[in-house]
Ligand binder design. Structure first.
Ligand SMILES: N[C@@H](CCC(=O)N[C@@H](CS)C(=O)NCC(=O)O)C(=O)O
Length: 314
């Protein structure tokens, strides 16, 4: 396969903590990738042309295959580039389970701390977009609650930080030992977000010297090697390539999914997001991939995690 078919393209922006998770993950595997900058706020027409409506950050593209959500992205990177592995111990299953907590409740807590502490300093359009995405329809109320409960919210974050700090006191370089793993990136992105965007972040983290040493180790892994690409070149790439996803649905699918079945897929949270429409190409316990034909881009295959996503039959 030529470079165009296999080159990793990451649609992201610098300030995104979830993109930082994936950039660190690219660094762990020392991969080369193309960096497409996307807007921080919708509309994101060049991105949604590829995804069919999914608007979150980041999204990975390889040829005409589009991978939504960092969970799905890390899994695909591990599949295509197995060494060095994201799972350096024999506990991969437990690590995936733990990542449901880092990517869900832990990240949501950090978002509440960052948005709640920023209060009136948040630009109105940003507050409205992220408020609705993370705090539901009553987001304005949610922001006030987060602001008034800030000390409590910080106490909820301080506990896991203290557990990790105690564990790291044995001098290990990374959470699982000498080698970095996916879980380092999955916890690091929350610490990076809190340090960079919560006004009390520095003070909170300074309590944890072992965690700060680990943070430096993860930071020093770098982000692999990136070079920029324009959004329109990424769209051209998708048009010129064809999806490589295998057509297969594993038995015992709880939703009775089958190849060719029309479905919609969206994050299983109340974020007011547009579901992606397509027909099932691949489904197993952890992934679903749907085929769609996009304006200007032809046939694409869009991949999502099963855990955390809702598939509706149409
Ligand atoms: N579960 C998703 C979460 C992605 C997410 O919420 N990303 C944030 C940025 S850090 C986002 O999309 N914010 C709104 C935006 O970028 O438009 C993942 O792991 O990729």
């Amino acid at each position: 396969m030529n470079d165009a078919a296999t080159e990793i393209i990451l649609h992201n922006y610098a300030q995104s903590p979830v993109a930082e998770k994936v950039r660190v993950a690219l660094g762990i595997k020392r991969l080369a990738w193309r960096d497409v900058e996307i807007p921080r706020l919708p509309p994101k027409p060049m991105l949604t042309t590829l995804t069919g409506g999914y608007r979150r950050t980041p999204v990975m593209q390889i040829g005409a295959d589009i991978y939504c959500d960092s969970q799905c992205i890390l899994r695909e990177l591990e599949h295509r580039h197995p060494a060095p592995t994201y799972m350096p111990t024999a506990d991969a299953g437990l690590m995936w389970c733990l990542s449901r907590w880092t990517d869900g409740p832990l990240f949501d807590l950090a978002v509440k701390i960052v948005l709640g502490s920023a209060g009136k300093n948040l630009p109105a359009d940003f507050a409205e977009d992220r408020g609705r995405l993370y705090l539901g329809e009553n987001w304005a109320e949610g922001l006030k609650t987060a602001n008034s409960q800030l000390p409590h919210l910080v106490s909820q974050l301080r506990a896991p930080l203290s557990w990790l700090d105690t564990m790291l006191a044995d001098g290990r370089a990374f959470l699982l030992g000498d080698a970095p793993g996916a879980i380092d990136a999955q916890i690091y992105h929350v610490v990076w977000f809190v340090r960079g965007r919560f006004s009390g972040g520095e003070a909170l983290l300074s309590e944890f010297v072992n965690l700060v040493r680990w943070e430096t180790n993860v930071h020093d892994l770098g982000h692999g090697t990136s070079s920029s690409m324009t959004p329109s070149d990424a769209i051209d790439r998708a048009r010129e390539q064809t999806p490589v996803t295998e057509r297969r649905v594993l038995p015992n699918d709880p939703q009775g999914l089958d190849i060719g079945m029309p479905v919609t897929v969206s994050p299983d949270v109340d974020g007011g997001e547009q579901p992606v429409e397509g027909t099932v190409v691949y489904a197993d316990a952890e992934t679903v991939a749907v085929e769609r034909t996009g304006d200007d881009v032809g046939e694409l295959c869009v991949h999502f995690p099963r855990a955390g996503y809702r598939i509706s039959l149409v």
